[in-house]
Write a protein that binds this ligand. Structure first.
Ligand SMILES: Nc1nc2c(c(=O)[nH]1)N[C@H]1C(S)=C(S)[C@@H](COP(=O)(O)OP(=O)(O)OC[C@H]3O[C@@H](n4cnc5c(=O)[nH]c(N)nc54)[C@H](O)[C@@H]3O)O[C@H]1N2
Ligand SMILES: Nc1nc2c(c(=O)[nH]1)N[C@H]1C(S)=C(S)[C@@H](COP(=O)(O)OP(=O)(O)OC[C@H]3O[C@@H](n4cnc5c(=O)[nH]c(N)nc54)[C@H](O)[C@@H]3O)O[C@H]1N2
Ligand SMILES: [Mo]
Length: 773
């Protein structure tokens, strides 16, 4: 069926400025201002009573898991405030009383809606009834659930091969929903299960799998309290994992030291005031980072190699810097590593990293005699061509220091979405896990497909090339999250059907397949009653602990359904009762899903019971120093190449980062308070010397272009802001700059788009805007 009717939708939305105001970057993150900001957001969106009640139950044992990041909850939870400013914003955003109902879509065409910004789209509120966008129509209209399922079944039956369907997952979904979704994809016959971690921590998963035998971190929360040194590389916890700051504060109080490796001196790492303490709310605060290394973008490998070479040189004198007993007993690759590292020229490494030698020496001094070391990282390490190598180089440090499998030491990839790790653990993956397949056969009595499926990048290509025609999204905002926005738009628009199970309106609902369905779902703060019985679900946090989450708010509408029920009903309608799995029963009682998770997913056991209270940890081989699954049964010390970049004289290295007022593609507000930017997102941070060189002044209007493989990509209209960032590096916000990230450039082996190192040029426009004072 050719799609000759083309809706005239805007891919990027309006590209207008919003009255920028600049302030000083805020040095001390959180504190009373954080709490005040949080409550302000809550009250505005949800109303006073709803927000107070909900906030009191967030991250409590009898409450629900915060829908924001995946940072774990402490065992001794503060009774009133086990959340942070950004968690409260996430909750307020989900629990908003504003509704994007059928009336809205009757009034507005998708073409008109697409002209708005992502910020404005999100403000319309919650999706509250199933909607369909029929072929040749530009208006979504209501549809019954039964008719929607029928439409899906019809499209799926029409596909020539199950691999023409794609099942994307974003990391908000519960273990139960993700498990059911993954099993439905397999029962339908495909492993095409791209998920948001392909764009996120996939590089961590690959690197940790190769070196340590498990694609997850090894530390638990209490380890951070006991560490002698914590390295935080390529992560902005003050904004993206604010509750991590309390753990870092405990580490500092216990005498630990913190090293920050980041082109930017992010607030929170510089000074932090804990809103959960009186001292934090009243002033004072803690100087977090003892040492800040302002590394050039994607030059962490040279920096780490320099530190390792200096440590190796010291070790060659007294044999006391590295843990030789550990290296001997548990690792492979030491000799090759040592030989390799000694070849590098220190001056060259230093120049690439772009930091001061005296600072590198300080880091070496801090690490030299420490045994309990933790490395924390996030997107600043994963989203580069050499994302996997970045992480392997940091793992080298831990292996050489024997800093694994003991308290206060280990790997800590700080995960993004609140349940992205759990979704993977219960079977959302595009590759084939033979052991899991065998268990599916044994316990679910169907034959799962054995051909590798498509990840995010491969899914984009398949849709673009017409090889995939039905696109399902369990949450997320694929269009804005994936790289190369224009290419991705063409890909989705090539589909015959796009189906989204969503809470809120976003651009992927507007740039769609020929037929599009919106299936509205409950948020996790909402009560999930099924036949009079309240259901709960489980999630896995960043440190591998599984616990329960139970909503408390009244659902936003009587016509939204839970994710597991929607998936079960899609499956039931497709198979028409003709399948060994009783989908319906699972959708109506999540306890049954958990029984199957226990049977099929690795490490889950007696989940309904053990997830109560504090919850339980999934097994983790690194914690027991068991490397039997790796070559020679040993952890692997690796040799990694230096990153290769050839920037032309007028090119800059762009990192696409998050502001303080967004959760990924959901834009809560237009401020980036900690960086001193108010009421504007279309900005570029650049070093003043680079601005001088280009003849640019503050708030000059520029366009940004990137050129890869002869293809020019352009992002229009951004405002220049002089900022404390190393020369040659610039930063701007995602998703606005995703348009510049080429879809076919990604990390080797993990295929994570290069969102943090895009080669770009800056073009000055004649216009200039004035700041609002
Ligand atoms: N409030 C809020 N919380 C969130 C999210 C959100 O959008 N909003 N998103 C969630 C998700 S899905 C994720 S994955 C995480 C993301 O959490 P982060 O990874 O902290 O998010 P980013 O803004 O992408 O920040 C990357 C950091 O890496 C630095 N960086 C960039 N390039 C390099 C480099 O080459 N080397 C080094 N050393 N540093 C570099 C940047 O300066 C920045 O401080 O947060 C999660 N939590
Ligand atoms: N350039 C650039 N691109 C990036 C990144 C970057 O740093 N730079 N970061 C990447 C990363 S780390 C990630 S994780 C991805 C994020 O990619 P996604 O996970 O696809 O994007 P989100 O913005 O988190 O998805 C938001 C949408 O999820 C839906 N939603 C929210 N809560 C729920 C729920 O409980 N259930 C359901 N069914 N739907 C819900 C809402 O409709 C909301 O609009 O983006 C990636 N893209
Ligand atoms: Mo993420």
């Amino acid at each position: 069926m050719a799609n000759d009717f083309k809706r005239n939708v805007s891919i990027t939305g309006i590209e207008e400025f919003t009255n920028i105001r600049l302030g000083e970057p805020v040095r001390d993150a959180a504190g009373m201002l954080g709490v005040k900001e949080a409550l302000k957001h809550g009250f505005k969106e949800m109303g006073v009573l709803r927000s107070m009640g909900a906030l009191l139950k967030m991250n409590q044992k009898d409450g629900f898991d915060c829908p924001s990041c995946a940072w774990p909850d402490p065992e001794n939870r503060s009774l009133v405030a086990e959340y942070c400013e950004n968690g409260a914003k996430a909750l307020a955003d989900e629990a908003t009383t504003a509704k994007a109902d059928a009336g809205l879509f009757k009034k507005w065409t998708v073409e008109e809606l697409s002209q708005l910004s992502d910020y404005e789209l999100n403000k319309f509120g919650r999706l509250i009834e199933p909607l369909v966008l029929r072929p040749n129509s530009v208006h979504y209209e209501p549809i019954t659930w039964t008719e929607a399922y029928g439409l899906i079944a019809k499209h799926l039956e029409r596909l020539e091969h199950p691999d023409e369907a794609i099942f994307y997952t974003s990391g908000r979904s519960s273990n139960e929903a993700a498990f059911l979704y993954g099993m439905f994809a397999r029962a339908f016959g495909t492993n095409n299960m791209p998920d948001c971690s392909n764009m996120c921590h996939e590089s961590s998963g690959v690197a940790l799998g190769e070196t340590l035998g498990i694609g997850k971190g090894s530390t638990v929360l209490e380890d951070l309290y006991e560490a002698e040194v914590i390295i935080i590389a390529g992560q902005n916890p003050g904004t993206n994992h604010p509750r991590m700051m309390s753990a870092l504060e405990k580490c500092k109080n216990n005498g630990g030291k913190i090293i920050s490796i980041n082109p930017l001196e992010e607030s929170g790492l510089v000074n932090f005031k804990n809103p959960q303490h009186l001292s934090g709310t009243l002033g004072g605060g803690v100087q977090m980072a003892d040492l800040h290394l302002p590394v050039n973008i994607n030059q962490d490998i040279p920096l780490m190699k320099l530190i390792l070479k200096k440590l190796a040189t010291l070790d060659s004198i007294d044999h006391k810097v590295f843990d030789h007993a550990f290296i001997e007993k548990y690792t492979a690759g030491y000799d090759a590593f040592l030989e390799g590292i000694m070849q590098y020229d220190e001056a060259d490494l230093l120049a690439r990293a772009g930091v001061k030698e005296s600072d590198v020496n300080k880091a070496v001094a801090m690490l030299r005699n420490s045994e309990r070391i933790i490395v924390c990282w996030a997107m600043g390490l994963t989203q580069h061509k050499n994302g996997v190598e970045n992480i392997r180089e940091f793992v080298n440090l831990l292996l050489l220091k024997g800093a694994l499998g003991k308290p206060g030491a280990g790997t800590c990839p700080v995960r993004g979405h609140s349940n992205v790790q759990g979704d993977r653990s219960v079977g959302i993956q595009h590759f084939v896990d033979e052991a899991m397949n065998a268990r599916i056969k044994e316990f679910m009595h169907f034959d799962p497909p054995t051909k590798k499926g498509l990840d995010v990048v491969e899914s984009m290509e398949a849709m673009h090339d017409g090889k995939a025609k039905a696109f399902f999204c369990l949450g997320g905002n694929f269009l804005m999250a994936a790289s190369d926005t224009n290419y991705t738009a063409e890909a989705i628009q090539n589909c015959e059907l796009s189906v989204q199970i969503s809470t809120k309106l976003n651009r992927t609902h507007l740039v769609t397949g020929n037929t599009a369905l919106i299936l509205p779902t409950l948020g996790r703060s909402e009560k999930d009653n099924m036949k009079g019985k309240q259901q709960y679900f489980t999630v896995e946090n960043s440190m591998g602990k599984v616990s329960q989450s139970k909503g408390i708010l009244k659902p936003v509408s009587g016509n939204v359904k839970s994710e597991p029920l929607i998936i079960a009903e899609i499956a039931d309608s497709y198979f028409k009762g003709n399948h060994p799995v009783n989908w319906k029963a699972m959708g109506e009682d999540y306890g049954i899903i958990r029984e199957y998770i226990d049977l099929v997913a690795k490490g889950f056991n007696d989940t309904s019971k053990r997830s109560e209270g504090h919850g339980y940890y999934l097994p983790n081989n690194v914690r027991n120093l068991d490397f039997s699954m790796l070559p020679e049964g040993r952890a692997q010390i690796t040799v990694n190449k230096l990153p290769q970049h050839t920037l032309a004289e007028d090119e800059f290295m762009l990192m696409t980062i998050r502001s303080h007022d967004q959760f990924n593609t959901t834009i809560y507000g237009l401020n980036d308070r900690y960086r001193g930017v108010y009421n504007e997102r279309r900005i570029v941070f650049m070093n003043q010397k680079d601005m001088d060189k280009l003849g640019l002044q503050k708030l000059d209007v520029v366009d940004i272009t990137s050129e890869y493989d002869g293809i020019l990509r352009k992002a229009n209209k951004f405002l220049m802001i002089p900022y404390n960032i190393p020369k040659g590096n610039i930063a701007s916000y995602f998703p606005e700059t995703n348009i510049l990230v080429p879809y076919n450039h990604f990390a080797e082996r993990s295929q994570t788009p290069i969102s943090k190192s895009v080669r770009v040029k800056i073009h000055k426009q004649i216009k200039k805007v004035d700041e609002v004072v």
